[in-house]
Design a protein around this ligand. Structure first.
Ligand code: SAJ
Length: 421
């Protein structure tokens, strides 16, 4: 039985460890966080993902996956550690650069147990050229020779939070080995559990493919946000406008929203911007447009609250619908909706805010100092202004609630879609 060690048991590493163990590998999960290791070994998932709780319990019980804070020898290593950004030079126009420290420390840890003929796959999203540096650290710290004694490939993860298990199996993957052997070994490994196609290319291309994918999405969302701003300013419904534009066979505009959250799309374009400052003006503009969206919404709500006060001589009661970073997930990482709601909630002299977020459990919400509702109808009845930030499927129930006399601020096109269907 081949042994696999997964370094980093987060949103990518843990589901990957589970899938590898399910497909017959003996898997050791390595993480520096002792609490996480304990939880995983007890069959309790430290991350939120559709279907993970049952899968984790089953695989821990089978004995094929064990987490540890000591790195274990293996035939194959997979590195899935975070690559956040850091603002290195604040005077340099706030350019955010990649922080590769977790990747390099993973290499140092693996080097301690690396053996001849091992394959090391870097799945973390990295800047162009980083896999080569990662391999050099492995070489330097292990005394083994890259491409002769051991093999390194980059195979960027591509899974969508909320659909991770489905996409781990079904997505096509791009594999860039540092040598032909590395690519072939990695291809053989992924073919054990990936049903999608496996495309082999050289390493820098694989690195940049991933950055291009997420930047493409960010630019398209920024485009949608700008079109929406223009349309709104002249009384055109942006969601209707985009729907009609998308009827063209070669147009596919994404959806405007309250900003770009999560740990990927709002981060990865910076790795191209910082590496290629002259040729990435569009990417940088898109990042700034999407980052500024929450602030625009907050300002608009303050303005609306003022108008409401002048007319009614009372501050408005605002219900904020949705706090997660995108619809139908229970994940609030870097959520623009959460940011907006927190800021509005801090201005108690201007407005009274309450939230309704059915995807997050009450014990998590209780730590957030919001007035909260557990029932959509009660929440709406209480409010003067309805602020829709995240288009959760469950919010389509608004259709069955009396919205007369309510002021609706819909940042994600839910109302348009609701009455269209
Ligand atoms: N968003 C919009 N409008 C849209 C689509 C998304 O405002 O039309 C917002 C969402 O509300 C959210 C943010 O963008 O706040 C990002 O959401 P997402 O669903 O676009 O992407 P992520 O961050 O969950 O996952 C992305 C995916 N990349 C692409 O689709 C190109 C996923 O495949 C990657 O694996 C993941 O990044 C990653 O880990 O890099």
């Amino acid at each position: 039985m081949e042994r696999v060690t997964i370094v980093g048991l987060g949103y990518i590493g843990l589901p990957t460890a589970i899938v590898c163990a399910q497909s017959g590998y003996k898997v050791s999960g390595f993480d520096i966080d002792q609490d996480k290791v304990k939880k995983i070994n007890a069959g309790i998932s430290p991350i939120l993902e559709t279907g993970i709780d049952k899968k984790l319990k089953n695989i821990i019980n089978s004995g094929n996956l064990k987490a540890s804070n000591k790195i274990k020898q293996a035939n194959i290593f997979i590195v899935a550690v975070p690559t956040p950004f850091i603002i290195k030079n604040k005077t340099n126009n706030n350019i955010k650069e990649i922080d590769l420290s977790y990747v390099f420390s993973a290499a140092k840890n693996i080097a301690k147990v690396l053996e001849k003929n091992n394959l090391v796959i870097l799945e973390s999203t990295v800047s162009v050229g980083a896999t080569e540096k990662f391999a050099e650290i492995l070489e330097k710290n292990s005394g083994l020779k890259i491409t002769k004694d051991f093999f390194v490939a980059h195979c960027p993860e591509r899974v969508l939070p909320g659909k991770i298990f489905e996409e781990l199996i079904n997505n096509n993957r791009v594999i860039g080995g540092l040598c032909a052997n590395a690519s072939q070994l990695a291809k053989k490994f992924y073919s054990q559990f990936v049903k999608g196609q496996l495309f082999v290319t050289e390493v820098k291309t694989a690195e940049m493919v991933k950055l291009a994918e997420n930047s493409y999405r960010d630019v398209n969302i920024a485009f949608a946000n700008q079109i929406a701003a223009m349309a709104k300013s002249v009384g055109i419904d942006p969601f209707k406008l985009i729907e009609l534009a998308n009827m063209h066979p070669r147009v596919n505009i994404l959806s405007p929203g309250c900003g770009v959250g999560g740990h990927c799309i709002a981060v990865d374009p910076w790795f191209l911007v910082s590496s290629f400052p002259k040729d990435s003006l569009l990417l940088k503009a898109a990042r700034n447009i999407n980052d500024n969206k929450p602030e625009k919404i907050i300002k608009n709500i303050f303005k609306l609250s003022q108008t409401f006060y002048k007319k009614n001589k009372t501050i408005p009661k605002i219900i904020s619908l949705g706090l997660t970073f995108k619809p139908d997930v229970d994940d609030m990482r870097e959520s623009p909706a959460l940011k907006i709601s927190k800021k509005l909630n801090s201005q108690k002299n201007k407005l009274t805010l309450a939230i309704f977020e059915p995807n997050i459990s009450n014990n998590i919400l209780d730590n957030l100092d919001f007035k909260k509702f557990n029932n959509l109808k009660e929440a709406i009845n209480w409010s003067d202004i309805i602020l829709i930030l995240v288009p959760h499927s469950i919010f389509f129930e608004l259709k069955n609630i009396n919205l007369k006399d309510k002021i609706i601020v819909d940042e994600c096109g839910l109302v348009y879609r609701m009455y269209k269907n």
